[in-house]
Design a protein around this ligand. Structure first.
Ligand SMILES: [Zn+2]
Length: 180
């Protein structure tokens, strides 16, 4: 857990927003850096958590997925069976990868690409730096396994990339019937 932070600290009610789907252009747009103290960004952070919460199987949601080209995402891999290290529910602004291990291939999905999954290579161990909304001090998160994969997927969204941009080719993309 990130002991010093919870969505309650945002002190605003999150709204459930519509999730946009590929090929919406916002999903291919580089997100702007955000001011983590800006009230509209604090509202967006609460909205991301609220939208993630009502979406079955959703372990992370980035601002571009709700139509905002900004460097912010929510994450919560607490309930996923492939999670090892877990920091609970949090929102991160302006996140960058500062250290990454070797890659491992695994199946990945996305609420903005509901009809497909794909095999994507991601670092299995990762250090990320960013800022929690409502704070100013940079925070460093080191994690592994599923949380590391989810962080890389969300940071990609903030930079206008989908998992489909990272698959080795059409042979590594699979259709699916229900989002989970
Ligand atoms: Zn996604």
């Amino acid at each position: 857990m990130i002991a010093s932070w919870s969505p309650k600290l945002l002190d605003v009610e999150g709204a459930v927003l519509d999730v946009v789907r590929a090929p919406h252009p916002v999903l291919a747009t580089e997100g702007a850096l955000v001011d983590p103290l800006d009230p509209s960004m604090i509202q967006l952070a609460a909205d991301l958590v609220a939208t993630m919460r009502v979406s079955p199987g959703c372990v992370g949601l980035a601002a571009p997925q709700v139509g905002v080209a900004a460097q912010m995402f929510s994450l919560d891999v607490s309930d996923h069976p492939k999670t090892r290290t877990c920091h609970g529910v949090f929102v991160l602004c302006n996140a960058v990868v500062v250290e990454a291990s070797r890659n491992e291939k695994a199946r990945e999905g996305c609420m903005s690409v509901p009809d497909f999954t794909g095999d994507v290579k991601r670092a299995t161990r990762l250090t990320v730096r960013g800022v929690l909304p409502g704070t100013t001090d940079p925070l460093t998160i080191t994690t592994d396994a599923f949380e590391a994969r989810a962080l890389q997927h969300e940071i990609d969204h903030c930079n206008g990339k989908l998992f489909l941009d990272r698959v080795a080719g059409a042979h590594a993309v699979y259709p699916r019937k229900t989002y989970q």
